[in-house]
Every structure is written in C-alpha cells, then in structure tokens.
Design a protein around this ligand. Structure first.
Ligand SMILES: NC(=O)c1ccc[n+]([C@@H]2O[C@H](COP(=O)([O-])OP(=O)(O)OC[C@H]3O[C@@H](n4cnc5c(N)ncnc54)[C@H](OP(=O)(O)O)[C@@H]3O)[C@@H](O)[C@H]2O)c1
Length: 289
C-alpha cells in the first residue's frame, strides 16, 4: 500500500494541511450551488480562492454564492479559457446525467470531487470519463457552520497531490476521514450524512413533549434546543464515551432511568435506529450507478 494511502486512513483535523505555498485555492468549478455546495464554497472563501465559478440555474444560487463569485446558469456559458483544477459535483444525484457530463472535458487536468449521495465511483466514471481523477465524498449539513464530518474515498486515478488538495477542500468545512472500501459510503450516508436530521427530529419531539405537558411554547422551544446544543457541547468537551455520559445522568431508581426504560423496552429505540439506518443505507445503494 502506498504511503499516502496509509496516511489517509486516519482522520486529519481541519486546518492541519497546508495545501499550497500561499494558501490560495486553485480555480474551482462548482456544479450545483445549493445548500451543500454553498456551504462548501463559504468554507473555501474563508481560506482564499483564486477563481470559483458556480454552475446553477436557480436564482437562489447567486444569493448563496455571495459577492465576487460568478454564477452561470449552465456549463454552455462558461468563460472561454476557464481551466478548473477542481470540479465539485454538488447537484442532486437524480439530475447528474443531465448536469454533469459537460465537465468531462476538464478531465485531463482536473480533480473531480462528488458529494452526490449514492453516486458510485463507477457511475461517476461514466459521467466524466474513465481516466478522470475522482473523489467520492459524503459531507453533512453542519458543514455550513464548519462543524461537518466528511467521509471520502479516492478513485484509482487520484494523485497524492490531488488527494491532499481534496482533503484540504473538504476540511474547510469540518473533519475529514478516508475509507478504502466504497461499500462503506452507503452506511456513512445513512449515519453521518442523514444524522443531523435524526438529531433535529429528537429536538422536535422534545419540544412537542414539553408542549404536551403544558410548558409555554417559547420555553418548550428553548428547553429542547438548548438541551441538544448543550449535550453536543458536553460531548465535544468530554473524552468520555456517549454511553458513559448517558450513565452519568441516569441515577439508579431516578426519573431518567424510568424514561430510558421506556425508550429501550424490548430494544425499541435501538431497533428503530437500526432499521432506519438500514433503510437509508439501502436507498443510498439504490441511488448508485
Ligand atoms: N443536504 C445534505 O444534507 C447533503 C449531505 C451530503 C450530501 N448531499 C448531496 O449534495 C448534493 C446537493 O444537495 P443539496 O442539499 O445542496 O441540494 P440543493 O440545495 O437542492 O442544491 C442543488 C442545486 O443544484 C441546482 N441545479 C439543478 N439543476 C442543475 C443543473 N443542471 N446544473 C447545475 N445545478 C443545478 C439546484 O437548483 P434548483 O433548486 O433550481 O433545482 C440547486 O440549487 C446532493 O447530491 C446530495 O446528495 C447533501
């Protein structure tokens, strides 16, 4: 196994890698400037970009991209001579066949980074060419506050320099980890890709329960949100496992123990979570190709 391949298994903390001498990112073409594309773009801008062009037909994309970034409605109207070193594919996988193939013309020089859920390396090669250097990555929405986690895999034609470049671009919005088995990207999509939605659902359910018990709406909302935010901060500040932190708030014979007894009765919560992750993972595999 080559040295860089071994290196990339570990999670590199964000900002650990200096990607180029002056820190300015090379020219980037971003296809799809929606929620996730715009979040990544904001992270790159903080690092300093030389030139970024966004291809996105929506009016919203121009607002999300911010000042100084050109947004064009299609690949057909890119400025002549624009030669991106990185092409980031951030459209929905369902429209990839229509939105992506035009950029295959940059494959001689460019690194492609796809964040499309479920789109496999083989499917990406069909879109941009069999010799293209492609990284398949799965970020999550905390990327928009630079607290994301991205898990990625590098295709066969990615050079060591391109791997480092990809790492730096992904690390601009949070932590990055690399895997060498592509099948893992399906559970990754289900767990960290979709994970924020499960946490937000828990927040909603706590708020709903507070309302059901007659707590005023404003306080119900505050209690639910601050419980999640505070618990996440505690988790981040602690070296203990989540299970240990849970035990620490579960006194024998107390109220939390009673609640957990309901949630865990007959493995209810664990079974529901397992089934949910299996379903999302299967959907990720279905979207592949
Ligand atoms: N959101 C997440 O939590 C998350 C997490 C990990 C990965 N991802 C992946 O990230 C990708 C983008 O997701 P998102 O949540 O950012 O979606 P999104 O907000 O809908 O962004 C996609 C953007 O692509 C635009 N678009 C539509 N047709 C296009 C075309 N032909 N060329 C260029 N752009 C086009 C859309 O415009 P219109 O709105 O006008 O259609 C929209 O602005 C998806 O592949 C998704 O699987 C998302």
């Amino acid at each position: 196994m080559r040295h860089w391949r071994r290196l990339c298994w570990s999670v590199w903390a964000k900002h650990e890698l200096d990607m180029s001498g002056d820190g300015v990112l090379p020219p980037i073409l971003l296809i799809g400037g929606g929620r996730m594309g715009a979040a990544m773009l904001a992270g790159w801008r903080e690092r300093g970009v030389s030139q970024v062009i966004v291809v996105d037909p929506s009016v919203e994309a121009a607002r999300l991209a911010g000042d100084g970034v050109s947004v064009v409605p299609s690949g057909a109207v890119l400025p002549a001579g624009f030669a991106p070193e990185v092409v980031v594919l951030a459209v929905k996988p369902q429209i990839a066949a229509e939105a992506v193939p035009f950029c295959g013309r940059f494959a001689k020089r460019a690194l492609y980074i796809s964040i499309m859920a479920g789109k496999s390396l083989a499917g990406l090669a069909d879109l941009v060419g069999p010799e293209a250097a492609v990284v398949r990555a799965m970020p999550n929405t905390p990327a928009s506050v630079r607290q994301g986690i991205t898990v990625a895999i590098a295709g066969a034609h990615v050079s060591a320099g391109q791997l480092e470049l990809a790492h730096g671009l992904l690390a601009a919005v949070g932590s990055v980890a690399w895997v060498d088995e592509e099948r893992l990207l399906d559970p990754v999509t289900a767990i960290s890709g979709g994970g924020p939605a499960y946490v937000f659902l828990l927040t909603e359910l706590l708020e709903r329960a507070a309302l059901a018990h007659g707590i005023a709406p404003e306080l119900a909302r505050l209690m639910a949100r601050q419980t999640i935010v505070g618990s996440a901060a505690l988790l981040a500040a602690s070296e203990e496992d989540a299970a240990d932190l849970r035990r620490a708030v579960t006194s024998k014979g107390g109220t939390t123990e009673r609640a957990l007894g309901v949630l865990m009765a007959d493995g209810a919560w664990p079974a529901a979570m397992e089934a949910a992750i299996d379903a999302a993972s299967a959907r990720s595999a279905e979207l592949g190709g």
